[in-house]
Design a protein around this ligand. Structure first.
Ligand SMILES: C[S@@+](CC[C@H](N)C(=O)[O-])C[C@H]1O[C@@H](n2cnc3c(N)ncnc32)[C@H](O)[C@@H]1O
Length: 276
């Protein structure tokens, strides 16, 4: 079942079973890379925005077992799945779940010590406004952590114009729904523009080759290629490609997970502090 609301009607990845599994594979495969260094002190109040099916929430609570988490998403179905996932994987975790739009959060000013946002800003029409709205619920001195990708950072072997074209179609579709699949490179100006201080953004690069079979499966196949594959029908409906060209591009992407394939992608992790 799919929950669609006006705020997410154009959401490029949708809410299918396939996408729920992809989010889980993505979070598990990238946990060491993206969650390294995130340890929230016991008792601190942490707000996760756009928790989806709880794929990142599970890693957050594992890394900071003493913190008090609040997880928000606009999709009721995703929240239900997230609650079940975290209850099963981390029965003792303290998480309170809320369905809300991040632009209209039902929390008091300064209610949280930390905010965590992963793969959400890329889908929003106005990510700077989102970051400003999130600043309201952080206390002075509170921190925000933002993780986003940038699809133009994908390069691979064997290189292929057909593969680059299907990635380009995903970027185009995301832009058409108001998002930005190249947002990683914008994190620093977005965070500073939204009023955060001490902003630091660092790249987190995934490099995959045949010597790293877990990443070939978890990242090249089940995170990146799966993400592109999932927009086939939308790309065809939008007239961006033909069935044959689409299949050729996906086949070429799959070849990057072959015995001689390699894949490179860069995520960006930004952190900022609310000025006193
Ligand atoms: C790509 S998913 C990422 C989920 C999760 N952060 C992860 O990394 O696995 C983006 C999530 O943001 C949520 N979302 C999009 N717009 C939102 C909004 N305005 N308020 C709250 N959640 C939103 C979507 O429902 C979706 O679950």
């Amino acid at each position: 079942m799919t929950t669609t609301t006006p705020a997410t009607a154009g959401y490029v990845h949708g809410y299918s079973r396939f996408e729920a599994r992809r989010l889980g594979d993505q979070a598990d495969t990238l946990a060491d890379l993206l969650h390294a260094g995130i340890r929230y002190p016991a008792g601190d109040r942490v707000l996760e925005i756009g928790c989806g099916v709880g794929a990142q929430t599970a890693h957050l609570v594992a890394g900071s077992p003493g913190a008090e988490f609040t997880a928000v998403d606009i999709s009721e179905d995703s929240l239900r799945e997230a609650r079940a996932r975290v209850r099963k994987e981390h029965p003792g975790a303290r998480v309170s779940w809320h369905r809300a739009d991040l632009h209209a959060l039902p929390f008091a000013d300064g209610a949280f010590d930390h905010v965590f946002v992963c793969f959400v800003l890329e889908h929003l029409r106005d990510p700077r406004r989102a970051l400003t709205d999130l600043r309201r619920v952080l206390r002075p001195g509170g921190t925000i952590t933002v993780v986003e990708g940038d699809h133009a950072s994908a390069f691979f072997h064997p290189d292929s114009a057909a593969a680059r074209a299907v990635i380009g179609h995903l970027v185009t579709l995301q832009a058409a729904s108001g998002g930005d699949a190249l947002i990683g490179r914008r994190l620093h100006p977005l965070l500073t523009g939204a009023g955060y201080a001490e902003v630091v953004v660092r790249p987190r690069t995934v490099y995959v080759d045949g010597s790293r079979p877990a990443l070939v499966e978890g990242f090249t196949r089940h995170t990146f290629t799966a993400m592109v594959e999932a927009v086939r029908d939308r790309a065809l409906a939008a007239g961006l490609t033909s069935p044959d060209d689409w299949e050729a591009g996906i086949e070429a992407l799959r070849a990057t997970a072959g015995p001689e394939g390699t894949f490179h992608y860069t995520f960006f992790k930004g952190q900022g502090v609310v000025p006193d």
